[in-house]
Design a protein around this ligand. Structure first.
Ligand SMILES: [Zn+2]
Length: 415
């Protein structure tokens, strides 16, 4: 299945020299290794444009190697890693370090995302051009917003010149301060301080205005509110270059679904109200949302075992993405398989300007193979990630990754 060409048929895929050499029925390739994908879906390699691999600086929680293995086990062949490491990826030296480490240690392609500002402190612009030349594919201060509108304007102007997308983590820190979950009935009942939807909405509104002013391509990370999705739809109808992504946990779970005080449900943005989840689903169906990205955010057990208010924000995502998406979007009839594949392949490739996400002759030999009907239970204790913080532990899904092929080589499962 290839969403760009619309091909949906039984065929052989021949990979040679790292590329797709041919797609068609009954291909002859004497001596080639054969992967029998009878009854399975063969798609372009899945891309996750939003992960945190914690290296350099927080290798106890994840590394480029373990994160790369988790990506492959989840059926991904390409990931983009956010710059909130230590040191922050705000200059070409760190960018090159990540690119080099990934080349040697990661089974999947890893493209770094550079910081917007030095140290992601939101004040002074980072070395955007130098990071671009070192291999950064986008800029973001993810984990933090760019609060200063003047700085964001300059970043957008510069990024437009370098033909890079600006990804913003949309959170007004003054509105969200002290909040641990979405501000609504469940937060009141649990006696927890809330993060209002407005904390996201005002930043999306501002960024859309700045994208219009500068002509830059602006991308909303992990969109989660009704108003934000509506505003993105409005901006696109007006011809403003805005795209956005949603995480599996934000379209699968609402605030009231979370287990009280369980830090495996604590993330930013928080799980929102049921009406927000419905609008996100509409956005996936009507095309307002371009991409599903996991925001894979590993934290170790000791970090996540503190009292709820002290726990860091973030949950794993790579190994459950296909299962959650099949279960909540495809088997429920919200979207078809082809649309799901697009949200994981051509969608992110288009946002980032990557020449990936197609299963056609001459394109990179990255392939994801999955079984849309296979039932399985996710056991976080058997994850290949270094961390265990998932809200989906013990959940049963129908739809499972079977293999990840990167540059013509089967990288998962390993034999
Ligand atoms: Zn974020």
């Amino acid at each position: 299945m290839d969403p760009v060409s619309g091909h949906d048929r039984a065929a052989d895929v021949l990979l040679a020299e790292g590329k797709v050499a041919a797609v068609g029925p009954n291909l002859e390739a004497p001596g080639a290794d054969v992967f029998d994908a009878t009854g399975l879906v063969v798609a372009p390699g899945f891309i996750d444009m939003h992960v945190h691999f914690r290296e350099p600086g927080f290798e106890h929680a994840e590394t480029i190697e373990t994160g790369g293995r988790a990506a492959a086990a989840g059926g991904f062949t390409t990931v983009c890693c956010m710059p909130n490491t230590n040191p922050v990826n705000d200059n070409a030296t760190v960018t090159r370090y990540i690119v080099e480490r990934a080349r040697h240690l990661s089974p999947v392609n890893v493209f770094p995302i550079g910081a917007i500002t030095k140290g992601s402190t939101g004040e002074e612009l980072a070395q955007i051009g130098a990071m671009r030349e070192a291999g950064a594919v986008a800029i973001s201060d993810d984990g933090r917003p760019v609060m200063n509108s003047r700085v964001m304007r300059r970043a957008m102007e510069l990024a437009a010149g370098w033909n890079m997308v600006v990804i913003d983590h949309c959170e007004d820190l003054n509105l969200s301060a002290g909040g641990d979950m979405h501000e609504g009935c469940p937060s009141v009942r649990r006696g927890l301080r809330g993060i209002p939807s407005a904390a996201e909405d005002v930043m999306v509104a501002r960024d859309i205005l700045l994208a219009e002013l500068t002509g830059a391509h602006y991308h909303v990370a992990h969109i989660s509110t009704m108003r934000a999705v509506q505003m993105v739809g409005y901006a696109r109808r007006r011809g403003i270059r805005v795209t956005c992504e949603v995480t599996p946990h934000h379209f699968a779970l609402a605030d009231e679904d979370s287990i009280p005080y369980d830090s495996n449900y604590k993330m930013k943005p928080p799980l929102r109200a049921r009406e927000d989840v419905s609008t996100v689903l509409e956005g996936l169906v009507n095309g307002a949302i371009d991409v599903i990205a996991t925001d894979h955010a590993p934290h170790t057990g000791s970090e996540k075992m503190q009292e709820f208010e002290r726990c860091p924000f973030g949950v794993l995502g790579l190994e459950t993405a296909i299962g959650v998406t099949m279960e909540y979007l495809v088997h429920t009839g919200q979207i078809d398989l082809m649309k799901m594949i697009e949200l994981y392949t051509a969608g992110p490739a288009r946002v980032l300007g990557l020449r990936r996400g197609r299963l056609e002759t001459g394109w990179p030999g990255d392939v994801t193979v999955f079984d849309p009907g296979r039932s399985w239970t996710y056991d976080v204790n058997r994850t290949v990630s270094k961390s265990r913080n998932s809200p989906f532990h013990g959940r049963q899904f129908r739809g499972k990754p079977v293999a990840a092929v990167v540059g013509g080589r089967v990288v998962w499962p390993q034999d």
